[in-house]
Design a protein around this ligand. Sequence first.
Ligand SMILES: [Zn+2]
Length: 460
Amino acid sequence: MKMVLFKIFFILSIMKKNVVVFVKSSIVPGSILLLIAALFIVTPGGNATFLSTKSELELDTGLPRSAQTDLLITSDTEEILASEPLDSFGFSSQKTEYEEGTIRRNESFYLILRRHGLSALEIQRLTDSSRGVVNLKRLLPGQKYRIYYENEKPISFVWMQSPLQFVRFDWDTELSVERGSLPVTPVESEYAGIISSSLYESMSDRNGTPQLVNELADLFAWQVNFFGLQKGDHFKVVYEELFANGEFIGIGDIQFAEFQHKGEVFRAYLYEHPDRTGYFDEHGNSLQKELLKAPFKYSQRISSGFSHSRFHPVLKTRRPHYGTDYAAPKGTPVLAVGDGVVTEAQYRGANGNIVQIRHNSTYRTAYLHLNGFAKGIYKGAKVTQGTVIGYVGNTGLSTGPHLCYRLYKNDQPVNSRNIDLPASDSLEEVFHEDFSRVVERGNLRLQYLPLQQELASNLP
Ligand SMILES: [Zn+2]
């Protein structure tokens, strides 16, 4: 849950032709079908459809669950008293009542509280108390709030800044302003889908979150060519849905996943241990392959880092610099940072001689201002990590010999020097026995997760 909470990117942007559609349905009879459109590129001519099911059952994930304590151990004598049941914001549901509202346009903290009977002086004192804790100017239209009452007298105001964060203002016994966050409850859920060509047209106009698909694509980025999905490929995924105060707030971690691509089956298992966390195959091998930190054999001096606004030495203006410049001597060999396919090797204007490599459906890299290309480097050539692709030069818009190295994740430029790339180390021997139980449970879950191909004919 802590690993990947709201990672959002858009495979959308790299999509040109085809759309994959997720069908989300409950296996509980009578429930409604929900459709989620997601995005993958599939092989030309083939549309893709993912069918899926969601079980309402909350299965034992072995993870700690937030539970409300109703017993309180008060002393050494272990006298046990029942505590009052409290709601998510800490109020006794027996003693208090609340009224929920939504902040309207042009409505302020003052106006809301004034309308609920507080005096101007009381509001002023609460405003004073809030200084340094929270900025009341951030009350925005659309945010929710609650006014709590005890014996029909207003005692507290709860401002919900986001689905998870809130601020509680109390004035009944003493003035206090406190920030809080709602507990998040993960609920295990599942999806399965077959890539076919029958449903795309009827569903392409539906929308939903592509988050889960994106997570899945990241997970199998090195195993599955998401640009070349084929009819008949399928996936199964067991993951967490996160809820706060009964509301769905997003997708948590994928627990187990399977992707069958061109007849080959790949599985991923999440292993969580205080000393080691990651995704592994059934043998404990990492699913990730590492990219080199820099495209050189020896470390080179950085002359200009990744920046959203730097002063350009040639253009004399401020503009973003979405790369890292290495002031290496002319002729220094430049290496491919990972396995991949060369997608560009040519002279292109300000970039000079440029090489671009696609490593997988998530990562690509670019190498600019090269003096020249290495032998065998042309569009379409396959390279392995460490292959010399060219030599440092001064071509294009450049003030001296240097390499501008750029890393893109899901087509967004990212800082190669501080991006958290997944570890590629296998699981150490000491964890293997523990991990084998995770694999066992994962295999059971995946094995019995139906693909529900027949669902196709019942769809609108
Ligand atoms: Zn640069």
